[in-house]
Design a protein around this ligand. Structure first.
Ligand code: NAD
Length: 302
């Protein structure tokens, strides 16, 4: 059993905390936003209670929640042996957080960065412990995904890598080793695909539903790229493609203006109740096919 700090209680942090607690670890969960913490804990409770119904194992929600302590204060992390960071994909935010974390968390603890694209060596350079700094790109939804990308930074020690590999094993995750590079393997490809799919909607080539149907029906993908964007978070897609664009200084990563518009409008996907598709109780009513071809969303194209 490891005492693990989890910072960020959004889509990923909540999933990581649930997976850890269900695997028998104790968790200190911190977010700067108390509403995010409340939402994370209630989501974890619902997921545990629904697990059996959705074909998963029977999970004792009280036992899982009993292993999680949550607060807005980073001091909750001072005893953690491993700290997994899952805050917003933004260099300035992550930079400020790592400077604070490095001062609060005990010096022998291992830091794990869960990022979509930011190079691990760059994040590790912010701390006094680059040897104890590892990247893990978890997949979403965390408790249901069997594999992750495991990324050592330039200075990561073999011991720190093994500590994290073992922790991942205890969570039921297969670690796929990849080298440190912006976007790693998965998001170098996925973010480009989603960004280009957003351009198709932006330019009026096809609506979101049609774009996704091509990927589902023609390629047999279980989800289309824009449904995937809603699952990940449209804001997170935008921030990730911005990280790739800045890092490589290559115009092939130019962010689609529609992603910017949707992020500004709060259309962040499932987590906000609306993205390329609407979610929630009134969704059926709002997805009624529009005249002339069944556009799912009336997002502006220019
Ligand atoms: P999210 O927007 O759902 O949640 C981010 C959380 O971080 C929010 O609750 C916010 O309040 C909190 N936060 C921001 N700054 C903070 C700070 N200084 N201190 C404490 N909390 C802070 O984002 P997410 O989808 O959970 O993504 C988190 C990280 O995981 C990002 O780096 C993202 O790129 C990466 N990631 C996301 C996915 C995905 O599918 N969403 C998959 C893999 C990796």
């Amino acid at each position: 059993m490891t005492h693990v700090g989890v910072v960020g209680a959004g889509v990923m942090g909540a999933g990581v905390a649930q997976n850890l607690a269900h695997s028998g670890h104790t968790v200190a969960l911190v977010d700067r936003d108390s509403d995010a913490i409340k939402q994370a804990l209630s989501g974890i409770e619902t997921n545990c209670r629904m697990s059996r119904l959705l074909g998963g194992p029977e999970i004792d929600a009280e036992e899982v929640l009993g292993r999680i302590r949550a607060d807005t204060d980073l001091l909750l992390l001072e005893d953690a042996e491993v700290v997994i960071e899952n805050i917003t994909e933004n260099w300035q935010l992550k930079r400020a957080l790592y400077l604070e974390l490095d001062a609060v968390v005990r010096l022998d603890a291992v830091f794990v960065a869960n990022t979509s694209a930011i190079p691990i060596t760059r994040l590790a350079s912010l701390t006094r412990r680059p040897r104890q700094f590892v990247g893990v790109h978890f997949m979403n939804p965390v408790p249901m995904k069997p594999a992750v990308e495991l990324i050592p930074g330039h200075h990561t020690s073999p011991e720190a890598l093994e500590t994290v590999r073992e922790l991942l094993g205890s969570m039921g995750k297969k670690a796929i080793d990849v080298n440190d590079a912006c976007g790693f393997v998965s998001n170098r490809v996925l973010m480009l695909t989603v960004n280009e799919a957003a351009y198709l909607v932006h330019e009026g080539v096809a609506d979101a539903k049609t774009v996704d149907e091509v990927f589902r029906s023609c390629f047999g993908h279980p989800m289309g790229p824009l449904e995937t964007a809603d699952l990940i978070g449209v804001d997170t897609i935008l921030y990730s493609i911005e990280v790739l664009h800045e890092h490589f200084a290559d115009s092939k990563y130019r962010p689609c203006p529609l992603l910017k518009h949707m992020t500004d409008a709060g259309l962040h996907g499932r987590k906000s109740g609306e993205g390329f598709y609407p979610y929630g109780p009134s969704a059926t009513e709002r997805t009624a096919p529009a005249a002339g071809g069944g556009a799912v969303r009336s997002v502006p194209v220019n």
